[in-house]
Design a protein around this ligand. Sequence first.
Ligand SMILES: [Zn+2]
Length: 287
Amino acid sequence: MPVASISNALTIDVEDYFQVSAFAPHIARSEWNTRECRVERNINCVLQMLADHDTKATFFTLGWIAERYPELVRLIVAQGHELASHGYGHERVTDQSEEAFFTDIHLAKIILEDLSGMAVQGYRAPSFSIGSANLWAFDCLARAGYRYSSSVYPIRHDHYGMPDSPRFAYEVRPGLIEIPITTLRVLKRNLPSSGGGYFRLLPYVVSRWMLGRVNASDRESGVFYFHPWEIDTEQPRIAGISSKTRFRHYLNIDRMEGRLNRLLSDFDWGRMDQVFLDKLTLSDAAA
Ligand SMILES: [Zn+2]
């Protein structure tokens, strides 16, 4: 059951269903403009859910989405949530050069700050694609003026993961904190315990138990994430995808809203900056 004194960070990766990395081989970037957009409707549902629970969250938003839905960005901020960056065009860091990556994260930060009038401090890489092969990404994030990243998943997975990296927040560069996606340590393995497809796959009580263990045993705050398309049972189905991709994308979407409502009731939630940044002291170099 919840540990009363520990808040967890609730995060939403603001992108549309046709932008997920697993669909990239099937939907060209140039087609994005021709697809039916569902993100505005879905984010409005998320905002209502958060208001019902009197909960604030962090929205890692794509620059591509923000440009097309400026009112949505302003609404997120007006309702007291934290606006953060998911980069501009949802390209995995592993598919970009250092220079292209810097351009992407810098552009997204400028767009989001211009629209909101607020400083954007946080960044999350598409598909948690910062790992041992591209640690230069942290140098880029520090140079672009970000204060924290939530881009590393310390697990083994076919698309991402850095299983030997720290499980909890640490200063990865002077002035830049990495806040990894939450795992539970069981029998020398890190189990994914923070949302996405695993949350839809596992029975809710298992997810609740895992996050509860992180709070009670590790005495640490968790990071939970989901996408607006994960609550959208009416999103257009993408044809021609593999059975594995179909399973991962559509599994239990009809149960997601109910599970999120339970999760919001069962734990104490807040924004990334409030849950983590206020607790940590940055090095003198960045002070
Ligand atoms: Zn994403």
